[in-house]
Design a protein around this ligand. Structure first.
Ligand code: SF4
Ligand code: SF4
Length: 437
């Protein structure tokens, strides 16, 4: 059976981002395969643990993808500071095709556009894909899952880090559908009465207070922070409040644009102009929102660059939504050209953590085994880019780990979903399936 078919059958999707189905990437022919081991979100270190502890498995997936796509070279992106991960990968490389691409400790070193440029000096066209410049990029955990898929092992578990205000910072495999409550408990719990949880990162993740939410194929980890922490209070604001503050306080200094990593790479993203949409309300939307279209929502402008603590990222998100609803797309006319000051404006991760007042939580999240199997899992049917998977089970059915429980038509974009524990189907809806042990 082809690798593409095996990946489709195993439900492999990008484990480090939005969950793009990996079998689609396996159809392509490219020059370069890029392994994204940059892991640039603060406090989460699960990819580091994977590289240190599972290098042969990760590299096996890398080689399979390189063969499948006929790539002539593989660049393995790892931060120089992660020397143990570099050593572990280097010690297991047995192909001259694979080369380490050392990355600085900057945010967002793991952005696809940044990584492709760092490894190949190629610039993805505006609104384009790595494929447009002969590259396929996957996160290290995706390669780990590719190696499993070849052995007919579907994606049933997720590797996550638990960090922030917990007693045992750690990384471990959990069945997909495990609740955040169980993750926190396994990490020794928290001494806090009230806290917020950042899911999959502080900058590009989201904030929740709901411990019954569950792990999906794209959850990198959870970070708990006190409810009165600056970041929790800030991220908890509603759009209308952010907009009201933005309207009155933005002085158009343009720092948000000057530090924007996409702008510095040469893309026409200008958040300070998007902020004018707020100031000029109805008359501004058509004029200024186009400068949001190529924003990757990295969050640097809102959380780091703006001296007024405003919300240009959120304004860009609204701007993109406005364009989408209006059926408009911004076509960048000028050529993509890296800004000459780009290297001088990179943002060190340590600097970010200082600003966020989270340096005190920074520590390794070592691999821990034996996460106890939950008695119930809630498995979402949309954990990936594309169409919702459709349940093929009904309440009362008995399933074993790895059984297919939700399917996707082979001609549609999406991913199959498998049982993550053995047990009985206890709930089926359009949104999720519960399995009870
Ligand atoms: S950095 Fe802040 S104040 Fe300056 S233009 Fe951007 S949003 Fe406005
Ligand atoms: S979130 Fe802000 S800094 Fe990041 S790409 Fe968008 S506009 Fe640029």
């Amino acid at each position: 059976m082809s690798l593409e078919k095996k990946l489709f059958n195993a439900g492999v999707v990008g484990a480090g981002g939005a969950g793009f189905p990996t079998h689609i990437k396996a159809k392509c022919k490219v020059e370069f395969v890029l392994v994204n081991g940059a892991e640039c979100e603060p406090l989460i270190h699960k990819d580091y643990e994977l590289m240190v502890n599972f290098a042969p498995e990760v590299l096996s997936g890398v080689k399979l993808m390189a063969e499948q796509t006929s790539a002539k070279k593989v660049f393995f992106g790892i931060k120089t500071k992660n020397s143990s991960a570099i050593d572990s990968i280097k010690n297991n490389i047995d192909s001259s095709k694979i080369e380490i691409c050392s990355l600085g400790d900057f945010y967002p070193a793991g952005d696809e556009y940044e990584l492709v440029y760092a490894a190949t000096k190629r610039l993805i066209p505006p609104r384009g894909l790595p494929l447009d410049v002969g590259c396929v990029v996957n996160n290290v955990e995706t390669f780990f899952n590719i190696a499993n898929a070849v052995n007919d092992k579907p994606v049933t578990h997720k590797f996550v880090s638990v960090a922030g205000c917990v007693k045992k910072h750690s990384s471990f495999f959990v069945p997909i559908g495990t609740s955040f409550k169980e993750l926190l408990e396994f990490a020794g719990g928290t001494s806090l009465q009230e806290y917020g949880i950042f899911v999959s990162g502080i900058l590009m993740g989201r904030l929740t207070f709901d411990l019954s939410e569950t792990v999906t194929k794209t959850t990198s980890g959870i970070i708990s922070l006190p409810i009165d922490h600056y970041l929790v209070k800030r991220m908890h604001r509603q759009n209308n409040e952010m907009n009201r503050i933005g309207k009155s306080a933005c002085d158009q200094c343009s720092y948000c644009t000057e530090f924007c990593p996409r702008y510095l790479l040469g893309y026409d993203v200008q958040p300070h102009k998007v902020m004018r949409s707020l100031a000029f309300t109805k008359t501004g939307e058509d004029v200024w929102n186009k400068y949001a279209d190529l924003c990757c929502a990295c969050g640097l402008c809102s959380l780091y660059s703006c001296p007024e603590d405003l919300y240009p990222r959120e304004a860009c998100n609204q701007g993109k939504e406005y364009l989408r609803k209006a059926g408009q797309k911004y076509e960048q006319q000028k050529p993509v050209k890296v800004h000459p000051i780009k290297d001088g404006r990179r943002v060190p991760l340590k600097q970010l953590m200082k600003k966020f007042d989270i340096l005190k939580y920074e520590t390794k999240t070592p691999l821990v085994n034996n996460f106890p199997e939950p008695s119930n899992v809630k498995i979402l049917l949309k954990q990936h880019v594309g169409n919702l998977a459709k349940s093929i089970v009904k309440v009362g059915d008995k399933v074993q780990v790895g059984d297919l429980i939700a399917d996707i038509e082979s001609n549609k974009l999406g991913a199959k979903i498998h049982a993550s524990i053995s047990g009985t189907i206890s709930h089926v809806s359009d949104e999720f399936i519960n399995i009870t042990k």
